[in-house]
Design a protein around this ligand. Sequence first.
Ligand code: KG4
Ligand code: ZN
Length: 331
Amino acid sequence: MNILGIETSCDETAAAVVKNGKVILSNIVSSSLKEHQQYGGIIPEIASRRQMETIHAVVMAALKEAHLSLNDIHAFAVTQSPGFIGSLLVGLSYARALSFASKKPLIEINHIKAHIHANFLTFASDQKTPASKTPGPKLPAIGLIVSGGHTSLYYLKDFANYQLLGQTRDDAAGEAFDKVARILNLGYPGGPVIDKLARKGKNADIRFTCAALEGTLDFSFSGIKTAVLYYKNKYHQKEIFDVAKIAYAFQDSVVSVLINKCLLACRKKKVKTIVVGGGVAANSSLRKRLSNVAADHNINVFFPPLSLCVDNAAMVAGFAYHIKQYERNTT
Ligand code: KG4
Ligand code: ZN
């Protein structure tokens, strides 16, 4: 079954064709990110206008890269929520029109849950990123979604049953990276630049802490952002002020709390698999430290390849296939 996925929840306009929920035949992502950078964050109005202009070309490019025509597509999938309403409407309207005109099913899916699905995909042999040699994750698992808009922990019994275990009570982890980068004048998005800078500030003697919210699987990242702001206000004219060390200390604390909550979720649900998704899943420290700690606890941890951590439509198409299979098996 070939599913054509469409994703337009934020600044990316993406389309992909995925075969049988697993093999990526094409994966096209166009982004208006550069236009937003001067404002220090995504401007929804600009994002949706660019999406209207590019959606058709992006979908056509996805079909072309897959060497398929619309006749070879068996179903369509689209991100239904959450996201910027104007952006979502572009993808939704386009996908609904395609489905209506071709009389083929449309599966509307949740963007956050789709991020997790990036771990279950492989690339077709002619795609630029080679297929992973290791077997994919097995459910049940703990799913950690860390992006610019969301930080959530799920218990994944199967693809149709995601139980929310905890989430952020204020800022998302990626949002904290972005806001701290803005405080330190590092530009937008903040995640990649803080990740890089933190390598130079290793083992800094500064400490910032995230609220632990003991005993819960919830997160809070707004306090640490304010702590960085106060630190800057106090020390920015002093000799000890070192942006790399601040980046390291901030990242170290965020990564630690993400790891601790994942382990707690595994203990609570008696699960030995963790799957991570979302933009912050690209963070090198999170990838390394969570993999090491998980190995110490005999837990298997999975991260998507870097190209599938950011918003993309392959994860949408892949997830939709499993929803469809579930519906088929239960009706
Ligand atoms: O999943 P995504 O592309 O969009 C949302 O659904 O939000 O995530 C974007 C977020 C941004 O906040 C960005 O700063 C963060 O992911 N990010 C990172 C890294 N790369 C991107 N955060 C930490 N380390 C990174 N290497
Ligand atoms: Zn996302």
